[in-house]
Design a protein around this ligand. Structure first.
Ligand SMILES: *Cc1c(COP(=O)(O)O)cnc(C)c1O
Length: 394
């Protein structure tokens, strides 16, 4: 095939996602997988039944409408109104996607020109770097640092240049569990307005802001950036059913934004998947309309699991950074006399039968994340207890 590399230049640094390597290691060693963030119990039975009913009733088995089935688009607008007081038109301001992953990809592919700069928090969720690269844009990291991983807003301001086109934000933040506070959101909003920036917000953990966090003390616990002055017209808000309803395999996500932004994102999205998950879209519409008690119980349950894993990790000698939200705990292994998270995670399965993820793979500035290791707690309590028991042996 000649001398030219097969993989294009934009993707050569991407390699294989760390989740593939670590999940394969978990399978090969029979380890408890606290690496990838997927629950080990399915979401509500009634929601699963709604999907099964939709399939058998022939709802969504053929290509659904490009923007998503009307039932789901309406349910998304009801959800945004009920939890955040945000109003969207279901016909022109909602787009259903193949998970948040496609929403992120389509947003970046639609809105960026080659050479545009995108500022994002690092550690990054791993698809951000890949999608920014596929768009030919340049990622500019704002490093979140231990111990609290709060963004330095002066540093953020200093990163804005005439080439900055978009801020890509994630709160609650994977993998650190940081949740942006109202004053931080307000400062970010002002900066975006001042420099006329577009913003994309990844809010897949919107229902996992823990009650005992600073952000959890106010209501609603999660605050979408789109609700701040000047942001409704420049923000693409992204979320998904996977994390909130514990059906990560369904890949039903959505975008809410102005008609102009939705039309732009739809232009890219229609040539990625066109449509997906027809019958599941009906089930997710039902899920979004569940009583408040579903959402509060889910959050309380995950908070208990967080506490179980956090105290176990601390007892095993890790430095634990208590997350305010998400499925994840970030730790530092220097308290255990270790330095290198990647090497630590590659050996952890054989040492004690547990798989974790080295945060360093989510950093450009690798020194900032070299000794961090991430564990997920979206597993059954018995599994977390067994993992903690194993980690104590280290
Ligand atoms: C899991 C996750 C996603 C992907 O969501 P899907 O709906 O499964 O595509 C996106 N962003 C973050 C931060 C995540 O943790």
């Amino acid at each position: 095939m000649g001398a030219r590399p097969l993989l294009n230049r934009r993707l050569t640094t991407m390699g294989t996602t760390i989740f593939a390597e670590m999940s394969a290691l978990a399978a090969a060693t029979g380890s408890i997988n606290l690496g990838q963030g997927f629950p080990d119990t399915d979401g509500p039975r009634a929601v699963a039944q709604a999907a099964a009913d939709a399939i058998l009733a022939g709802r969504g088995n053929q290509y659904p409408p490009g923007p998503g089935v009307p039932e789901l688009r309406t349910a998304v607008t009801e959800h945004q109104r009920r939890w955040y007081g945000l109003e969207f038109d279901p016909d022109s301001e909602v787009l259903v996607t193949a998970g948040a992953t496609e929403a992120i990809a389509a947003t970046l592919l639609a809105l960026l020109e080659p050479g545009d700069e995108v500022i994002a928090f690092e550690p990054f969720y791993d698809s951000y770097a890949a999608c920014i690269a596929m768009a030919g844009a340049v990622r500019v990291p704002l490093t979140l640092r231990e111990p609290d991983f709060r963004p330095d807003l002066d540093e953020l301001r200093s990163l804005v240049t005439p080439r900055t086109r978009l801020l890509l934000l994630n709160s609650p933040h994977n993998p650190t569990g940081m949740v942006l506070r109202p004053d931080e959101l307000s400062a970010i909003a002002q900066l975006a307005v001042e420099h006329d920036l577009l913003v994309a917000t990844d809010e897949v953990y919107e229902h996992l802001v823990f009650e005992d966090s600073a952000a959890g003390a106010v209501s609603p616990a999660h605050l979408p950036l789109a609700s701040f002055p000047g942001m409704r017209e420049r923000t693409v808000s992204i979320s998904s059913a996977g994390k909130t309803f514990s059906f990560t395999g369904w890949k039903v996500g959505w975008v809410t934004a102005t008609p102009e932004l939705v039309a732009a994102v739809r232009t890219a999205k229609q040539y990625l998947t066109y449509v997906s998950a027809g019958p599941f879209q009906y089930a997710v519409a039902d899920a979004l309309r569940m009583d408040d008690s579903y959402f509060t119980t889910f959050r309380a349950e995950l908070q208990r699991k967080r506490d179980l894993l956090a105290s176990g990790l601390a007892a095993a000698g890790f430095e634990v950074f208590r997350p305010e939200g998400t499925y994840f705990i970030t730790t530092d292994i220097r308290t255990m006399g270790e330095k290198d998270g990647l090497e630590f995670c590659r050996r952890l399965p054989e040492r004690c039968g547990v798989v974790a993820i080295p945060n360093v793979v989510f950093y450009d500035n690798v020194e900032a994340g070299r000794s961090q290791v991430r564990f997920t707690f979206c597993k059954q309590e018995a599994v977390l207890e067994e993992a903690v028991e194993r980690l104590r042996r280290l």
